[in-house]
Unconditional design. Structure first.
Lengths: 194, 160
């Protein structure tokens, strides 16, 4: 009888501990994701000078990683973003969008300047050094890799999501490439409204 | 007088766009047992030196064929590529063996999937323009096709 009681108590204790541990994991994940993506940066801008993430305090912004030799994802994302910005009107007037190249070897400041001139003027091109890019990839949890092609050149694999940051400077979610335009617009409205 | 000129100009533009659309609608190339539906591309940013080509290919024959090569007048190169989204990562791969078009089947070259990647694009292509290119199939041989250029972000995959 005593053994049964002891076993029951043990089960209660173990279950309770597991539940507490599980709850703490969920709680940590909840706040962790908000704090963990993104990081401070100072990067060369195609407009001249640099952009320091410190200067973005109080302003919502978005970051997209890509490259100009990109046949589909990058131009489509920037084109969709231009449309979104036009549709957001005044709510997006202090919203900034940064297009950061994952191919700084080919994407010079001049090439990036030319490229973004095709899109909404709020989209600003930034060119990191290879070392800065490594740090950004780690801070933003972004994947990028060169993929050689038969003509001796290469293309790039890369994370295609747009990272959103709120007025408080914190990570506020992503826009996924294959998400419907209406979903993206709703997310942007929420970001800019807060 | 100025107004009349403007109206005339606008009408001419409208007419031109209607004719352009009509030409774009009937866009199917029959080549042996292959049918190539509506090759199209997308307006690329001005300074971009790459663009993508899309189309739907049906093989009505009894033998598999294979798209092995492409060229285009707008570019120095053209590669056959596959693109996949793996989670949130866009992965691109060149298909050195081309794309098999199985007997009796339809293969779709559409956004976020198989496509021709034009490299070394000399002059920016703009919405409404057309450009020609060739497709070489292992068995059927080489055929010339015209690509219609869609708006940036546009999609003509659903068109005949």
């Amino acid at each position: 009888m005593r053994i049964v009681a002891a076993a029951a108590l043990a089960i209660v204790l173990v279950t309770g501990a597991a539940a507490w541990y599980g709850a703490s994991l969920i709680a940590n994940r909840g706040t962790g994701s908000v704090f963990d993506i993104g990081g401070p940066f100072v990067l060369a801008s195609a407009r001249g000078g640099t952009v320091d993430s410190k200067s973005l305090a109080g302003k919502p912004y978005a970051v997209f990683f890509g490259f100009t030799h990109c046949p589909e994802v990058c131009p489509t994302t920037l084109y969709d973003m231009s449309n979104s910005l036009a549709g957001l009107g005044d709510a997006a007037k202090d919203f900034r969008v940064f297009f950061i190249t994952v191919d700084p070897a080919r994407d010079t400041l001049a090439a990036m300047k030319d490229y973004v001139s095709n899109f909404d003027p709020r989209i600003e091109a930034l060119v990191p050094s290879e070392d800065q890019l490594k740090q950004l990839a780690s801070d933003f949890r972004v994947y990028y890799a060169k993929v050689p092609t038969s003509d001796g050149s290469y293309t790039m694999d890369h994370t295609a999501s747009v990272f959103l940051f709120g007025r408080d400077g914190r990570f506020a979610g992503t826009l996924a490439y294959d998400e419907p335009a209406a979903t993206k617009q709703a997310k942007l409205k929420r970001l800019l409204g807060g | 007088m100025k107004l009349i000129n403007q109206i005339a100009f606008a009408s001419a533009l409208t007419l031109a766009s209607i004719i352009g659309m009509a030409a774009g609608d009937a866009h199917e190339i029959k080549f042996g047992t292959l049918v190539i539906h509506h090759p199209w591309s997308r307006q690329a940013p001005g300074s971009a030196d790459v663009a993508a080509g899309f189309m739907i290919i049906t093989n009505n024959g009894k033998q598999d064929d294979r798209l092995v090569k492409a060229t285009a007048e707008i570019s120095t190169g053209a590669q056959i590529h596959d693109m996949k989204m793996v989670g949130d990562v866009m992965k691109m791969s060149e298909l050195p063996d081309g794309i098999v078009i199985p007997a009796g089947a339809t293969v779709k070259l559409v956004p976020k999937s198989l496509h021709i990647m034009f490299t070394g694009v000399k002059d920016a292509i703009a919405e409404g323009e057309e450009f020609s290119g060739t497709l070489t199939f292992e068995k059927a041989g080489t055929v010339t096709v015209d690509y219609e250029v869609a708006a940036p972000g546009g999609d003509m995959s659903g068109m005949d």
